[in-house]
Write a protein that binds this ligand. Sequence first.
Ligand code: KIV
Length: 285
Amino acid sequence: MAERKKITLPDLFKKMNDGVPITMITCYDYAMAYLVEKAGIDMVLTGDSLGMTMLGYEGTLPVTMDDMMRHTAAVRRGSPPSWLIGDMPYMSYQPSDETAVRNAGRFMAETGCDSVKLEGGRQMASRVKAIADAGIPVMGHLGLTPQSVSALGGFKVQGKGAEQAARIVEDAKILEEAGAFSILFEMIPDRVQKLITERAHIPIISLGSGPHAHGQLLIFHDMFGLYPRFTPKMAKVFGKAGEVILDGLKQYVAEVQEHQFPQPENWFGIKDDQLAELEKLVASE
Ligand code: KIV
């Protein structure tokens, strides 16, 4: 398959302006990225959700910059052309603008990603500005922001009431003015999303926030039944890969136990003369 053309920021803005939906997915390793690339996905997020999906933590807070570096670089190797976003983990940007710029720079230099993402509204505007001023495209993340789940009172829809929704609308404007190239909205009501998309001049991406956005994001593991703890309402299961893998594993166990695996096509032989010589060699030892 010929490698597709590299997705650039102007390509994403063109899609937005032409009303062509932008596709986005999370992705955490080389093998997944290879498939994502074959499917022609526009934007790929190596999310700190890997703390849950790949590392088995309860949430995203234990994820480190080193975790993110390793996984984001692997995704880059599997999908060079997509627009790759490295997700800034907990406390890699919250302490100060300088910390944020240094860690965003580390993402770009060490993983080859195209941009970074951070969570938060007006309180993170100076971080967004500092990163954008350093020449690094930065995506905002509003609505349900998992790194603040404790302060938000759990994994629940944000902006259901008018006042909270108005704050999210204002935050979107503030992040856009601070220099975000795009904003992701997680779990806000569809008509709040619509209002925001209508006012925005940058690509707006929805995760569980309805159809009125320039693009959609889903979590890879939710789409393919690969996360054992739960599948959120916002996810659609596009294939039961988890079941396929489990069936294969059960069959493997059975075949090994019943001496059905391996078969000659699964092993390597040695020529008769070499074996005879080997037997002599080991006999004389
Ligand atoms: O880490 C992640 O995958 C994310 C999505 C939930 C947006 O930030």
